[in-house]
Design a protein around this ligand. Structure first.
Ligand SMILES: C[S@@+](CC[C@H](N)C(=O)[O-])C[C@H]1O[C@@H](n2cnc3c(N)ncnc32)[C@H](O)[C@@H]1O
Length: 275
């Protein structure tokens, strides 16, 4: 994977996060969805790290609810500037620009690590897991969210294949244009995918079908802009089967590895503890 792909990743997310409106941070974000399916508290101890924190939405929610826990909010992109603004009133947030592939902290210092949707956009996700493992204290957990390959779901598996074909073109489009295209197409995807999925999810007999529909998680007309931008723009994207996710953590000796999915959304929620 070339340096150009990493530079493109930085530029792509830098633009996305500087476009986010941070006057009013969201009341709920990925952290809440993760906490919904993880039967223990994510935020704990004295020091935690949100690795690949984007513009810091999840860091904000974690830090606000847990003022005694200090959180390093780290990202490789210009998202750190939006993050500084967003979290300026939270004295337990420390914004750092850095890479999850070379975390700028010594080993064994964090009580938990959290990384949502990051490692699969790096050239070496395995290295990311080993770095996260390195900076954790003994028996402390890493909570990760990773893309799944949908090998367990033929409809979504086919959708991924089609999206991958399109990605051959869309990942070459400049971030600015792609952002506009994502904004314009979000209402269509919302109406044709998310709305039918919402209706189908109401009835017990059709709930399973709703879960198989791509973009079933849209909440409003423009809510899918970031997901579309991410899905079609990120130059590096790895996807994993359940087994591969397990192996990735197991390889770095994390123990008590758990794998589940977000409620009603695709993707692996995986967590394990440093030996
Ligand atoms: C899909 S976004 C997720 C952001 C955030 N975790 C969230 O849930 O909103 C992926 C993030 O990973 C960051 N990223 C990509 N490669 C990275 C790396 N090597 N180190 C740290 N952050 C990275 C990007 O800049 C981007 O903000």
């Amino acid at each position: 994977m070339t340096l150009a792909a990493v530079d493109k990743t930085k530029a792509l997310y830098g633009l996305l996060w500087t476009k986010e409106d941070v006057v009013e941070p969201p009341k709920e974000y990925h952290y809440n969805k993760m906490q919904e399916v993880i039967p223990e508290k994510i935020v704990r101890g004295r020091w935690g790290i949100d690795a690949g924190s984007g513009c810091g939405y999840d860091t904000h929610l974690m830090a606000k609810d847990n003022p005694s826990v200090k959180i390093i909010s780290m990202d490789i992109s210009d998202g750190v500037y939006t993050n500084l603004k967003l979290n300026r009133n939270l004295s337990n947030v420390y914004v750092v620009r850095g890479s999850v592939l070379d975390i700028p902290f010594k080993e064994g210092v964090f009580d938990f690590a959290y990384s949502f949707g990051v490692l699969h956009h790096t050239p070496n996700p395995q290295k990311g897991v080993s770095e996260i493992n390195r900076i954790l204290k003994k028996e402390s957990p890493a909570f990760l969210y990773l893309y799944e390959d949908h090998s367990e779901n033929p409809v979504k598996y086919a959708a991924v294949k089609i999206i991958n074909l399109l990605r051959g073109i869309t990942t070459r489009i400049s971030p600015k244009i792609l952002y506009i295209l994502s904004l314009i197409s979000s209402p269509f995807i919302f109406i044709f995918f998310s709305c039918p999925a919402k209706v189908l999810s109401i009835f017990k007999s059709t709930k399973k079908i709703a879960e198989k529909i791509p973009f079933n998680f849209g909440t409003s007309l423009f809510s899918l802009r970031g997901d579309l931008y991410d899905r079609f723009g990120a130059p590096i994207e790895y996807r994993y089967s359940r087994r591969e996710v397990y192996d990735m953590l197991n390889k770095y000796s994390l123990f008590n590895i758990n794998i589940t999915r977000l409620k009603a959304t695709a993707g692996w929620v995986v967590w394990g503890y440093k030996k």
